[in-house]
Design a protein around this ligand. Structure first.
Ligand SMILES: Cc1cc2nc3c(=O)[nH]c(=O)nc-3n(C[C@H](O)[C@H](O)[C@H](O)COP(=O)(O)OP(=O)(O)OC[C@H]3O[C@@H](n4cnc5c(N)ncnc54)[C@H](O)[C@@H]3O)c2cc1C
Length: 309
């Protein structure tokens, strides 16, 4: 084992040369040189400090359900929170939740405790941290409506910021600007409701998702952002792109704002298809679509191995 791996193990479990396709729902991407699973919040703070002091590139991720990782290897450390930082605490209608917790598991827990507010989130394969980062939402509700405050790690210090300070907007938050902040936990305020009623709403939503989304294939959910006036899917539809493919990637026939990994797609297949959709939609409608999916590890410069710096 090399010295760098040993140092990383101080903070928690470490994997080396791990496939990014196993850490993302689209199931594409090269390898990550290191993956760290910090054992708790304090280890996370120490880890980030260590990585910064040593100029090691890193990326904090949740379940990778909004990431399009390039086929290149990532020369740095993926800090993954879902394996260890996934505990919560219930106090009446208040839930205090660690950032690596699954939002699906949390919504099921809330339902079981007769707490309403997270029904919209019961089909999103993501962590609380990722959902806050993107202000994830569905059915006209989003994280903004449920989160009261967020515990962040800012330059080595933990502090709470309010809902307003999160600057939640359509699939966006202050964290898109403050890329240095790490979301550690959040507080949710929910309302009491009959468990059966909550379950019924969740079941209806699940049925709708199963009917309208290609959940049988790997994807990253909606690829393009809706414009102020139009749904991205309808622009793709009128441009005749439903079912269009490049390599193993396809514009889903079932929901044309999803690009699915139909068969062993590479990240390049997906990226090329995104670019093709953008240019064809612009040609047809004059509207340039923007991606909701985040590109990771594309325009990087070659950096020497962390242990050689
Ligand atoms: C089948 C499917 C359905 C989906 N449906 C929806 C939907 O209905 N609504 C919706 O909004 N989205 C949906 N998505 C997209 C996706 O789930 C959301 O964007 C989600 O917010 C991403 O969460 P994640 O934990 O996977 O984050 P990741 O994809 O791992 O990361 C996303 C970004 O968040 C940052 N991040 C993650 N955790 C932290 C943290 N603790 N601190 C700081 N930054 C962090 C990462 O660095 C990255 O920049 C869907 C995706 C899939 C695959």
């Amino acid at each position: 084992m090399n010295q760098f791996t040993e140092l990383l193990e101080t903070f928690g479990q470490v994997e080396t040369n791990a496939r990014l396709k196993d850490m993302t729902t689209l199931r594409v991407g090269g390898h990550a040189e290191f993956v760290s699973y910090p054992r708790n919040m304090f280890a996370l703070a120490q880890l980030i400090d260590f990585l910064k002091k040593n100029n090691v590139p890193y990326k904090v991720i949740g379940k990778g359900s909004n990431l399009l990782c390039s086929d290149d290897d990532f020369k740095g450390v993926i800090v993954k929170l879902d394996r260890t930082m996934n505990h919560w605490y219930i106090d009446g209608q208040r839930l205090l939740v660690e950032a690596g917790s699954s939002i699906i598991a949390l919504s099921v827990f809330a339902a079981r405790n007769g707490l309403s507010g997270l029904e919209w989130a019961s089909g999103i394969p993501a962590t609380i941290g990722g959902c806050i980062f993107n202000n994830a939402g569905a059915y006209n509700t989003s994280m903004r409506d449920n989160v009261t405050k967020v515990l962040i790690l800012d330059n080595g210090d933990f502090r709470w910021i309010s809902n307003e300070q999160c600057e939640f907007a359509y699939r966006s938050s202050v964290f898109h600007k403050k890329t240095d902040w790490v979301i550690c936990a959040a507080e949710f305020e929910l309302i009491n409701k009959d468990e059966d009623e909550i379950r019924q709403t969740m079941d209806d939503r699940k049925k709708r998702r199963l009917e309208s989304q290609p959940l049988e294939y790997p994807s990253a959910g909606s690829v393009f952002r809706n414009t102020e006036t139009t749904n991205a899917w309808s622009l793709i539809e009128v441009s005749g792109l439903r079912g269009m493919s490049i390599g193993g990637a396809q514009v889903s026939v079932k929901h044309c704002n999803f690009i699915i990994n139909k068969q062993d797609a590479s990240a390049n297949d997906v990226k090329n298809l995104i670019d093709l959709v953008k240019s064809k939609v612009e040609l047809k409608t004059g509207i340039r679509l923007k991606t909701e999916v985040e590109m990771f590890n594309w325009n990087h410069t070659k950096i020497p191995h962390p242990s050689k710096r």
